[in-house]
Unconditional design. Structure first.
Lengths: 412, 208
């Protein structure tokens, strides 16, 4: 029998009204936890429900019923922290979960619980039970405004290094360099800059611990070396909403574009150098005979084909140059990655193995061996509570037979 | 002796003499067995004769009471903001039935025999309390019954004390339903039945 265990740690943060509010509380019971984590969402989120009718046991031995709106008392001129609200927006929160289980030798294993979420409380819903909405470290990057800055020819590392200046966070691009051309920051939060990079250049950003991952690829070379998590259909896959699709039945198009900005000799009215942006764009798709064909969309030219007939059109930014041939090769390589025979969708498994987005999962089916395969994980939604401990995993690209070692070492 | 004396005509009609012999032999064997138990032998540390339980009190009829029920007084705030007090009550004539349960999630998996079980928590103890509030001869115990009704109407967990409940680590209960039926032919007592759940205070700890 599996025994789910969890540990919630709330670290109070001082406020201007409550400068001594810095206690750390721990408890191991919840009604429900839901943690959503993906490289696609910029911010990982968590929702926690726990009972309100509980008591707080303070370090000084006093005990008090949990309250969210008490006014702090002053005893002998010193503020008593015991009367401060239990949780406030901005408090730190860490959630750990795992299983106690019996191994094959009959020995009880009590593992170090996995940290399934670490971040900040952003909303307190004072209901019964209490609900807390939380965000990961990206919450911090939404609270600060950046000073104006501009680069004539910015690399992604320049921009990320600048927006994280003054924070305790580090960053990695996974070794990738990417020219962003002329880049300007004005009255924006770091999170808004990351969102702009995501929308404009398809640079996905997410936090793992205190490290911001920000890169044109989402499956990093260092994690691509990790062995895949083994998942067996008749063993630890509880249910799935996955469709097995043959490569012939896949209808995907890739829209790839590149932008190069050239600084002109003239200036704008506020004294800045004028720029001219050149945008190249191609649409790559597979014809009925399996050959890859291209439509040049540069200059807003219509493709002449019905894009709606494609089940999915993926738009990608090409950062390694500004030639049409290079763009076509890039689009073709990405298109071939999407044309694989295998699963697409989500599956649900138990809390172990602990799966993160960016990991690889290997399916094993002894009954239907054609369902075997290794895939990347795009997102994981964990639930913990009265329904047990579950992970709903969304798979992405297929690895075996589609991607080789060189691809994985470069980053996907 | 005639052989008919050894024939038992009906298995339900065992001869009295035979029963006496069997009882005698059984008694001899028990006495023999007990006499063989070594006294003060370290291998049998618990073989000393047990001390009879002491009654916690004596009832109005003079009979010993070994397990009673005390529900402590308390108060709660109603929806209008009024603080409502309820009294304490002590019942000597009471019987408990405790049922425990566990919350276990059972997940079937296609192709896997049995289910995967996840232990979530122990469930509440379901406690059935049957008791009698006893009045003086010919007098209905209206005062104590009113106390019990006030307790049953309390919208909060109740603090209880009973040796039997304490052995099951139950110190607080929540009444789910109750009944106070009339008993045919009796005036000086009120029978009652409480269906309750055990309740526990949960704690959030501040780190040192």
């Amino acid at each position: 029998m599996l025994r789910p265990i969890c540990q919630i740690k709330i670290t109070q943060q001082p406020t201007s009204d409550l400068p001594n509010r810095n206690s750390v509380f721990q408890f191991s019971f919840v009604n429900n936890i839901e943690v959503s984590s993906s490289w696609k969402n910029l911010t990982d989120t968590a929702k926690i429900k726990f009972p309100k009718n509980v008591f707080i046991n303070f370090a000084d031995g006093t005990k008090r019923k949990l309250s969210l709106k008490d006014t702090p008392q002053f005893i002998n001129g010193r503020q008593s922290n015991n009367d401060a609200p239990f949780v406030l927006r901005g408090d730190k929160i860490e959630i750990q979960a795992s299983y106690i289980y019996i191994d094959r030798n009959g020995k009880e294993i009590v593992p170090e619980p996995d940290t399934i979420f670490s971040g900040y409380i952003v909303k307190v819903l004072n209901k019964m039970p209490i609900e807390l909405d939380c965000e990961d470290n990206m919450y911090q990057l939404k609270q600060i405004f950046l000073d104006k800055m501009s680069w004539a020819a910015a690399d992604i590392s320049d921009v990320i290094g600048y927006i994280l200046k003054g924070t305790n966070f580090s960053f990695t691009t996974g070794g990738a360099t990417m020219s962003l051309g002329n880049f300007r920051i004005e009255n924006q939060t770091p999170a808004e800059v990351l969102e702009y990079l995501r929308k404009t250049f398809h640079v996905e950003s997410y936090f793992r611990g205190d490290v911001l991952h920000c890169s044109p690829f989402v499956y990093y070379p260092d994690t691509n070396n990790n062995p895949p998590h083994l998942l067996q259909f008749q063993k630890n896959i509880i249910s799935d909403e996955m469709q097995y699709t043959r490569a012939d039945d896949v209808k995907v198009g890739v829209k790839a574009y590149s932008i190069s900005k050239v600084e002109l000799a003239t200036q704008t009215f506020d004294g800045r150098m004028k720029n001219k942006a050149t945008r190249l764009e191609v649409f790559a798709y597979k014809k009925n005979n399996g050959e890859v064909d291209f439509k040049d969309l540069t200059g807003g030219i219509k493709a002449g084909i019905d894009e709606g007939s494609f089940g999915n059109v993926v738009t990608l930014f090409y950062a390694d140059g500004n030639t049409l041939d290079g763009l076509k090769q890039f689009a073709k390589a990405r298109l071939n990655r999407l044309y694989y025979e295998g699963f697409r969708g989500t599956f649900t498994t138990f809390g172990l193995p602990f799966i993160n987005h960016g990991d690889q999962v290997q399916f094993i089916d002894n009954v239907l061996p054609e369902r075997n395969g290794t895939y990347f994980v795009k997102s994981v939604t964990r639930t913990y509570g009265m329904g047990g401990y579950r992970q709903k995993v969304e798979i992405d690209l297929r690895i075996d037979g589609v991607l080789d070692k060189t691809d994985l070492q470069k980053g996907i | 002796m005639a052989t008919d004396n050894f024939i038992i005509p009906n298995p339900l009609q065992v001869p009295q003499g035979l029963i006496a012999v069997a009882e005698f032999q059984a008694g001899v064997r028990i006495v023999t067995a007990l006499s063989k138990v070594p006294q003060n032998n370290p291998s049998f540390p618990n073989q000393t004769a047990p001390t009879p339980d002491k009654p916690i009190k004596t009832s109005a009829l003079g009979t010993p009471v070994y397990s009673n029920l005390v529900i402590a007084s308390g108060n709660y705030t109603d929806i209008y903001g009024n603080v409502i007090n309820y009294p304490n009550i002590e019942v000597d004539t009471v019987l408990f039935n405790i049922n425990g349960s566990k919350n276990i999630i059972k997940t079937p998996i296609q192709g896997l025999d049995g289910t995967v079980k996840e232990y979530i928590s122990d469930g509440d103890n379901i406690i059935n309390i049957k008791g009698i509030i006893q009045g003086a001869n010919g007098v209905y115990p209206i005062g104590e019954v009113n106390k019990l009704i006030a307790i049953c109407n309390a919208k909060c967990a109740l603090s209880v004390q009973s040796d039997y409940l304490e052995t099951n680590n139950i110190f607080n209960i929540v009444i789910e339903s109750y009944s106070l039926p009339q008993d045919m032919g009796s005036q000086s007592q009120q029978v009652f039945e409480l269906n309750c759940l055990s309740d526990v205070n949960y704690l959030i700890f501040e780190n040192q």
